[in-house]
Design a protein around this ligand. Structure first.
Ligand SMILES: C[S@@+](CC[C@H](N)C(=O)[O-])C[C@H]1O[C@@H](n2cnc3c(N)ncnc32)[C@H](O)[C@@H]1O
Ligand SMILES: [Zn+2]
Length: 967
């Protein structure tokens, strides 16, 4: 068996930073443009995980680390290659100026006048480039990143880098796929097969294939499997194929456009073409009988200052649309008619929406929904339904030729006679064709099944069929696209087409919120969040407005097409892989199955025709969910995967929780499935890595690394205790040894996590543990974690870890002499020095140091502004509730600082207090006193800690006094 790099170490900080950068790129992400899926994993994280499994660990951890980073282009040479932006002269100047040793030799290269820093005139281009590169090399990782493309965009590493990589690994590679192949053959005798049975948006199989691995990818959900298929075959298409796809997209679009033009339904009386339509619901006010148009705001455009205004006309309102409204008119329009309840503009009375809907409470106390449910053949409200719908504004584009050039101007209007006729024409077409289209699969006929997310549709609108989320105009346009996609004989084009129509559904339903923001003034996507929220008013895109959705970007890369992609319940997979990299749905996870039905309702027929062996529903009952079946389902799935793992294979399971009980549960699941933990790393994928340094690390993705369990031995818990202690210690020490003080890779949570993993590694390395009956233990971990032995074991590991987590510059022998409460205080202050004011950090430290009460140490315990008391805030008050603090040396120092400040800023008063308290122990305590004072005085340089400045200064004075104090 080969120990893999990822089982020994992992560059968590750098991978976090790159993951975060990728996440933040939004539309610049490689796969997201293909379609909506939730919880996609960053590709760089996947790349690092796969490489970490494949690259063997040698005896030289430092070299391994350097080469690993080099392969990922995260080293100095990689940065130089990735650099694609110029550093401004001012930045170069500022960086170099701070390096005193360097500055002497470079300062003459710059000239500074009042406004500007520039290069001195005589400086040659080459010298400028050299200075720029020098400054660049001195930047921190995050700053460097801002001048660089992402690693995935670098075509290949330099020859020099490959030479270094090959020298260490004994390979002959000139590209990543070649390296993958060589390392694979050496290890497995074939190219490595990387599998993912929860492939979702397909990040894992795609990245595996892009790296050159053979890939296996499947998901239970057809929309996910389709996206995974598209990742490989569209993003990995050849030039020829891409051309064909683009031509197909263009042909479809143009022919839909032509049909719409022939019908004339998107043109107004002036012959201008529509961009968007705005619709709203209407309901009768139960108080006065007036028919009230509904929207939370009648502002249409904040940039164009456009509003809808309503004028009473008998029992209803007529609309006018005003552009260039005054500030007062804008403010009035902001109010809308549904600030929460319906607010009738006629009688001024409010009616709760649930009353409008006639919801009642049944005899069992449950709400009985009042709305009539729509039938399968209905596509608009019946005349006496509570909620009616109406068009209230249209955005048009006028094109004219000015001085030989096309000039386009956009404007809004209230529906004109011509617009209303168009609406009627659309409705008539739908009325005539709807059931035929349903039969042909051009529009949905699927019922909306009740569920956590789907119930909202039924409850708030009475929509019982998926097509009812689309109005007649939307149905008409979308069905045209559907027909053309269906007619395509080429699989690639057909899939490209399904993704295209899916994007159009997402961006053009009755759930598409109208965005009136400056520079926007357009309708948004249905899935702007993970829900199906109905809207009182919404935007509708014309064919023109749909073009960005239809013509989505396909990013093109060379990928290994040796892939097996499918649609399957993970329990049924029977493909053997070398690495399983999986990201299972978790407890509070997304309702994938329900959300995907929005698409499946349309795609059923298209999918079945494209992939005859696939099914086309969401298989709700088989989906992994956070209910009482979760553990058993996961055990079944991972037992199956274990069976289909090659002997030297590795599993990486991604999850996002840090709570020991959840950890225990997952570890037990994996253990029961026949796997043993070998390592764990936390990557901050959701947020800025630098913001996570000391505390709350829930937002990361944990990579849990596992192997097949082969040991047949049984052990007993008490025998394990010392093994666990040794393993935790060893793990933390090896991480500390590897870490770079200047550019730290690991922070506290990483050590704690490593401790969890180390304890689980010992535990799960045995076939069984005498006292632990797995089913019972799993049940405890879920239902009463405080009774679970495994939870206890993890908690203990955390405490052991805390003995090793010492603030930098703090002497480790002195640290050991401090009481837990004192360590708690110092770690808290260290967090504050890094700008961390989160109460969760203190809670975490308190758990780590086994402190049950710490309130007396805190000046503030609010969630995001928590901080410790300063010496003056302690004053001379007794701290009785915190064990071993009042009589400790830290409290003594606080007293001394307080007295010194209080007594006319005289540090000798404070020193006297110390000496008087310690008596003859003073001399033997000097090292500790100096160490603590040195730590406290460091706060003076920190801008956000002004509340500490006075105390920091006094700490400095005391430090000098004690330092100079001799017998
Ligand atoms: C967290 S997502 C994976 C996201 C993916 N890693 C990505 O980057 O896009 C989990 C996936 O598990 C799928 N899933 C749920 N139950 C399943 C089952 N029983 N078998 C296979 N896949 C399942 C869901 O459809 C969902 O796509
Ligand atoms: Zn009224």
């Amino acid at each position: 068996m080969t120990t893999a790099f990822i089982e020994k170490q992992f560059p968590v900080s750098k991978v976090s930073k790159e993951s975060y950068k990728e996440r933040k790129a939004n539309n610049g992400q490689t796969l997201t443009g293909l379609g909506k899926w939730w919880g996609r994993k960053p590709l760089i994280l996947v790349r690092a995980a796969i490489l970490g499994c494949l690259m063997p660990a040698s005896d030289d951890a430092v070299k391994d680390k350097a080469i690993f980073l080099k392969i990922l282009s995260m080293d100095e040479a990689g940065f130089e290659q990735r650099k694609n932006k110029k550093l401004p002269v001012a930045v170069i100047y500022n960086v170099l100026e701070k390096r005193y040793a360097l500055w002497e030799s470079c300062k003459d290269y710059f000239t500074i006048d009042e406004k500007d820093i520039s290069f001195a005139q005589e400086i040659e281009r080459e010298q400028r480039d050299e200075l720029e590169l020098l400054a660049f090399s001195l930047l921190g990782y995050d700053e460097k990143q801002s001048y660089c493309m992402r690693p995935e965009h670098l075509e290949n590493l330099s020859k020099a880098s490959w030479a270094e990589i090959n020298a260490l690994l004994g390979t002959k590679a000139t590209s990543l796929p070649e390296l993958i192949e060589e390392l694979s053959i050496r290890r497995f005798g074939h190219n490595v097969i990387v599998g993912d049975c929860f492939s979702g948006g397909g990040s894992i199989p795609f990245e595996a294939a892009r790296m050159g691995c053979d890939a296996y990818g499947s998901d239970l959900n057809p929309v996910a499997s389709l996206l995974t298929w598209a990742d490989i075959h569209l993003c990995g298409a050849s030039e020829e194929e891409l051309k064909e796809i683009h031509k197909f997209q263009q042909d479809v679009y143009e022919s839909v456009d032509k049909e719409i033009e022939e019908l004339g339904i998107e043109r107004n009386e002036k012959g201008d073409r529509a961009i968007s339509y705005l619709y709203c619901a209407e309901a009768r006010c139960p108080e006065c009988g007036m028919k009230v148009p509904l929207a939370p705001s009648w502002v249409i455009g904040k940039g164009t200052k456009t509003i809808a205004q309503w004028v009473e006309n008998g029992d209803h309102y007529d609309v006018t649309v005003k552009m260039g409204a005054t500030a007062a008119e804008m403010a009035a329009a902001e109010k809308g008619t549904v600030p929460g309840d319906m607010l009738c503009p006629h009688c001024g009375k409010s009616t709760p929406i649930s009353v409008l809907r006639h919801d009642t409470v049944g005899s069992d106390g449950k709400v009985v929904y009042g709305l009539r449910l729509w039938r399968k053949d209905e596509f608009e409200p019946a005349p006496d339904d509570v909620f009616q719908e109406r068009l209230y504004a249209v955005k048009y584009e006028h094109t004219e030729i000015v001085k030989g050039k096309e000039k386009k101007t956009r404007y809004y209007q209230a529906p004109s006679e011509c617009d209303l006729q168009n609406e009627e024409k659309v409705r008539a077409i739908i009325r005539e064709n709807f059931s035929k289209w349903q039969q042909e699969g051009l529009v949905p006929s699927m019922e909306i099944e009740s569920g956590d997310k789907t119930d909202e549709l039924i409850r708030t609108r009475g929509w019982k069929y998926w097509h009812q989320l689309f109005n007649p105009r939307q149905l008409l346009t979308l069905q045209m696209f559907m027909g053309k996609v269906m007619a395509s004989p080429i699989l690639l084009c057909r899939v490209a087409g399904i993704l295209g129509v899916n994007k159009c559904f997402d961006w053009n339903s009755k759930l598409s919120r109208w965005n009136s923001g400056v520079g926007n003034e357009k309708s948004e996507q249905t899935y702007y969040n993970q829900a199906l929220n109905t809207m009182t008013n919404y935007g509708n895109r014309s064919v023109n407005g749909l073009s960005p959705s239809w013509y989505y970007d396909i990013n093109n890369y060379v990928v290994n097409h040796n892939c097996v992609l499918g649609l399957a319940d993970a329990r049924d997979i029977n493909t053997t892989c070398d690495f399983w990299i999986t990201d299972p749905p978790y407890k509070d996870a997304v309702n994938y199955h329900e959300l995907s039905e929005f698409f499946l309702a349309w795609d059923k027929k298209l999918i079945k025709e494209a992939f005859p062996e696939w099914y086309a529903d969401s298989k709700r009952v088989l989906a992994v969910r956070g209910d009482e079946h979760f553990s058993q389902t996961m055990i079944d799935i991972y037992a199956n995967l274990t069976k289909h793992t090659s002997d030297d294979g590795i599993h990486v399971v991604m999850f996002t929780h840090s709570d020991p009980a959840v950890w225990a549960q997952l570890a037990l699941i994996m253990w029961k499935a026949g796997l043993t933990v070998t390592a764990a790393w936390n990557i901050a994928t959701e947020t800025d890595a630098s913001g996570l340094k000391d505390g709350n690390y829930v937002k990361g993705t944990v990579l849990l690394v596992l192997r097949k369990q082969t040991n047949e031995d049984e052990a007993f818990l008490d025998e394990l205790a010392s093994d666990i202690k040794r393993e935790v210690k060893q793990q933390i020490e090896s991480m500390q040894k590897l870490d770079d003080k200047e550019d730290p890779n690991f922070s506290d949570p990483d050590y704690v996590l490593a401790a969890y993993a180390a304890s689980l590694k010992v535990l799960t390395s045995y076939k069984s543990i005498g006292e632990i009956e797995l089913n019972h233990e799993l049940n405890l971990a879920i239902n009463s974690p405080e009774k679970s032995e495994v939870v206890k074991l993890i908690e203990r590991a955390k405490k052991i870890a805390y003995d090793f987590i010492i603030p930098p510059e703090f002497d480790s022998y002195l640290w050991k002499e401090l009481a837990p409460a004192e360590r708690f205080y110092l770690k808290g202050l260290e967090a504050e020095k890094h700008g961390n004011y989160q109460i969760s950090t203190y809670q975490e430290y308190a758990r780590g140091f086994g402190l049950t009460s710490y309130s007396q140490l805190m000046a503030n315990e609010k969630a995001n502004s928590a901080r410790l008391k300063t010496p003056s805030e302690f004053a001379m008050r007794q701290i009785n509730d915190v064990p071993n603090f009042e009589n400790g040396i830290l409290r003594l120092i606080f007293g001394a600082i307080h007295i010194s400040i209080h007594e006319d800023e005289q540090p000798d008063k404070g020193l006297w207090h110390i000496k008087n308290t310690l008596q003859e122990k003073y001399w033997s305590s000097r090292d500790m006193l100096k160490q603590l004072l040195a730590f406290l005085k460091e706060t003076s340089a920190i801008a956000t800690m002004s509340h500490w400045h006075q105390a920091a200064q006094m700490a400095e004075h005391l430090y000098v006094l004690i330092d100079n104090d001799h017998i």
